[in-house]
Design a binder for this molecule. Structure first.
Ligand SMILES: [Zn+2]
Length: 361
């Protein structure tokens, strides 16, 4: 069961509530990425404490390791990773079809090689949904065809065709399923893809193939197009976008859901978010800095530790610094979403977006 309720809006920005299999998450919603069944460096209980309500994991990676049978045998993903919040799964289509992995692609079958032992798998779009369901997902994403951002128009056209064809097949399965549009940044193809996916009628609607290297302005144009075509009653999910300013711009264009490895990956590379923009905590200039990572942050790391200490752990190759930076960055993003929701309901979202963006730079 999936239910989406709108609580209010400010312009096109929406505040709502998503209920999936008895679990509730407020929107706009950020889902940390747990590709292999874990948000890297964190425990499931850390996510709970951070106020995370939903995560997204990846069917391809879990199929490769530990394998669906093992996850299934141990009671499904929720039990396996001790996470009682909402779990979305990505089809893993991006990984299966990615250059180098691809063996063969037909209208109704993807054949691909394991990146671990080279063994060959073959799967139809329906079997892909079945795989996500067997993992114990709360909501599955359709298998789609994501071309590179610089693909020519013929490739984009073919990807839209295939994505629609596969979406129709995926829809024949039971359960909560989100459709995904493709079409790159071609206005006509994106509009066609959104319309074809909307026509099939899913519980939620995603935009794929964006935030993969195209200019932000082009991506925003695609969001405007999707906003006009996707039904208002359903959640809209922009896949793969994680930078704070772009998130606010996308919320302003009617997007409800996001997922990205951006905050966690950045943390592991030393980039921590602050209200006046990101900083690199590995730099020598923080060796004697007694301030928290971000002066205004209420996360447990900023409440306890200094920049100098995190910088020292990092230089000494003590792994805890990655945990600390990840906790902080996720807290920053989760708080940004909570604040955005509040400002939408207060009718003050635009002003909030403007002041945040001005400060963050
Ligand atoms: Zn913090």
């Amino acid at each position: 069961m999936l239910k989406f309720e709108l609580h209010g809006n400010d312009g096109r920005a929406r505040a709502g509530e998503l209920t999936v299999n008895g679990n509730t998450a407020r929107t706009p919603l950020f889902m940390p990425v747990a590709t292999r069944g874990v948000v890297r460096t964190l425990l499931s209980q850390d996510l709970k404490k951070l106020g995370v309500n939903a995560i997204i994991t990846n069917a391809y990676h879990l199929l490769m390791r530990p394998g669906v049978d093992i996850v299934d045998e141990l009671g499904g993903l929720h039990k396996f990773m001790k996470w009682d919040g909402i779990i979305f799964t990505d089809s893993g289509g991006f990984q299966m079809i990615r250059k180098g992995f691809e063996q063969r692609l037909t209208d109704n079958m993807v054949r691909f090689k394991s990146h671990i032992d080279g063994s060959v798998f073959e799967m139809s779009p329906r079997q892909n949904i079945e795989l996500q369901m067997r993992l114990g997902t709360d909501a599955a994403m359709c298998l789609d065809f994501c071309p590179p951002h610089n693909a020519d128009r013929d490739t984009l056209d073919a990807s839209v065709q295939k994505t629609t064809l596969w979406a129709k097949e995926c829809r024949q399965m039971e359960g909560n399923i989100f459709g995904i549009s493709q079409g790159g940044i071609d206005p006509y193809l994106r509009a066609r893809s959104c319309a074809e996916i909307a026509e099939i009628d899913f519980q939620g609607y995603a935009l794929g193939g964006l935030s993969i290297g195209e200019p932000a302005a082009d991506m925003y144009r695609m969001l405007d197009i999707a906003h006009d075509i996707y039904p208002l009653r359903a959640p809209r999910y922009l896949m793969g976008l994680g930078s704070p300013v772009e998130i606010l711009e996308s919320i302003d264009r009617g997007m409800d859901m996001f997922d990205s490895a951006y905050p966690t990956r950045n943390a592991r590379h030393g980039t921590v978010f602050t209200e006046i923009g990101p900083l690199d905590i590995r730099k020598a200039r923080y060796r004697r800095n007694g301030s928290p990572l971000d002066e205004t942050c209420s996360c447990p790391i900023c409440q306890t530790y200094t920049r100098a200490y995190v910088n020292h752990l990092c230089r000494a190759n003590e792994l805890s610094w990655m945990y600390m930076a990840t906790i902080h960055n996720l807290h920053f993003i989760i708080s940004l979403f909570a604040r955005a929701r509040e400002e939408i309901l207060n009718g003050n979202f635009y002003e909030f977006k403007r002041t945040f963006t001005e400060k963050y730079g």
